[in-house]
Design a protein around this ligand. Structure first.
Ligand code: ZN
Length: 443
């Protein structure tokens, strides 16, 4: 088993990044919400890459303390000024309508209209993303610099939406491994035209699942694409009896920009996925993830890590949500996410999963004193090159901690060296007969 075999070289990572970007670009124009046709249209596109089981939960279904809302249908929306001129059109950008807006057809003065117009005065050139879930409200979102040009007069509001008894939909894909124990990989599917949050996560996970098709893994991998909060809760409720199978999990969002990476630990904070995420490096500059302790705010890891479940699920992002100016605005577009960043995020996820799959325990077969590495061709007498010295340090760490009680992940943590470097050193030491493989460690 080698998860990283599907894109080992930098050129492979770049190609994968291009493929993920192309898929994200197809998902981007769709107006998604927590229910409605946009989710189904998105699932149909993901289905071109992977098999998906679609689950539909009727409106009104009680999901723990929540109730699945009526399905939201949006056909269009516009705002016309006193001259009949269309000044906003849903067809131009789906962020122009407050997501889950109730229908409205009325003429009103600018003064009456203004409480329903949402802008970002600090970012006057972008359209904000606003939602009105679980409430009855209507509104438009627009550029602040356009708002300031509006003149007094009667405006014509037309929001052609409906809330009807329908369904919430989510989709899942299972990659069967050698055991039934599962790794849960989750992305939210409810945001409209926002590229990083979260077309990037949906596309990356679909491409990952597709790339794993012919790879034999130890764990089974469950990919879930569901609307934020109510979708993960519905999934948890329907799968509660089998949650004991989930050994590790990751929520993915905002994986297409060049920031970070950022990893938020599970509620437990000490699980193997938390430890693995700390031992990977990102991109050509080998950037370590910035690690954040769990807080009960964020994406769907909040539900997985609620005390009634307390699953070992972390959150992986490049730039953390809410910290970049494009977040929840029209500037989170297809130019903001780049193939090279999607490619390095893909590799990062692969590397984390590779640790879960391949963390073995080495035993030093020559533990009395340091072996003379030069005799095994593992030490250049002409040393001094940085790469060489990193590898030698990795040999020394592996040899010293290979007492049978430390896994490669333990050694990576203790040494502060990347897991990939420690693994490469351990494999080289095994090849020359200096260490033995005591088997995989699942702890
Ligand atoms: Zn969001």
């Amino acid at each position: 088993m080698d998860l990283t075999s599907v894109a080992p070289a930098s050129s492979g990572t770049q190609d994968m990044g291009t493929a993920i970007h192309a898929l994200a670009a197809r998902l981007y124009p769709i107006c998604r919400s927590i229910t409605g046709q946009g989710v189904l249209d998105t699932i149909d596109i993901l289905r071109e890459h992977i098999d998906l089981d679609v689950h539909r939960v009727p409106s009104g279904t009680k999901v723990f303390d929540w109730i699945v809302p009526p399905e939201w249908i949006v056909r269009g929306a516009s705002l016309r000024d006193a001259n009949g001129q269309k000044i906003l059109d849903f067809a131009d950008h789906n962020l122009h309508v407050v997501n889950y807006s109730t229908p409205m057809k009325a003429r009103m003065s600018l003064e009456e209209l203004k409480p329903h117009l949402h802008t970002l005065p600090d970012q006057p050139h972008v359209i904000p993303y606003k939602t009105a879930y679980y409430t009855d409200a209507w509104g438009f979102c627009m550029r602040h610099d356009q708002l300031t040009t509006l003149e007094d007069g009667d405006y014509e509001v037309f929001i052609d939406t409906e809330k009807v008894p329908g369904h919430l939909s989510y989709a899942e894909h299972l990659h069967r491994g050698e055991v039934e124990d599962e790794v849960l990989l989750y992305a939210h599917i409810c945001h409209p035209s926002l590229a990083n949050d979260n077309c990037s996560g949906l596309a990356l996970l679909a491409c990952l699942a597709e790339s794993m098709r012919s790879v034999a893994t130890h764990f089974s991998y469950r990919f879930v694409f569901a609307p934020g909060t109510i979708g993960s809760l519905a999934w948890l409720q329907r799968n509660e009896a089998g949650l004991g199978r989930i050994r590790h999990g990751l929520v993915l969002s905002c994986v297409g920009d060049g920031g970070g990476p950022n990893y938020k630990r599970s509620r437990n904070g000490q699980t193997m996925i938390d430890r693995a995420a700390a031992c990977v490096r990102c991109g050509a500059d080998d950037v370590s993830p910035t690690l954040h302790d769990f807080i009960p705010y964020g994406y769907d890891e909040r539900q997985f890590c609620s005390p009634g479940f307390d699953l070992p699920v972390g959150l992986l992002q490049r730039s953390a949500f809410g910290t970049f100016p494009q977040y929840h605005t029209s500037a989170d577009d297809l130019d903001f996410i780049r193939p090279e960043h999607l490619g390095s995020s893909f590799r990062l996820v692969q590397d984390i999963l590779q640790i879960l799959e391949t963390n073995w325990t080495p035993l030093n077969l020559s533990p009395k004193g340091e072996p003379q590495l030069g005799r095994y061709g593992l030490f250049s007498p002409m040393g001094g090159h940085k790469t060489n010295s990193d590898r030698v340090m990795a040999y020394l760490w592996v040899l010293n901690l290979a007492d049978g009680a430390h896994s490669l992940l333990d050694i990576s943590e203790r040494s502060g060296m990347p897991f990939t470097e420690i693994t490469a050193a351990a494999k080289a030491l095994q090849t020359v007969g200096l260490v033995a493989n005591l088997g995989f460690s699942r702890q």
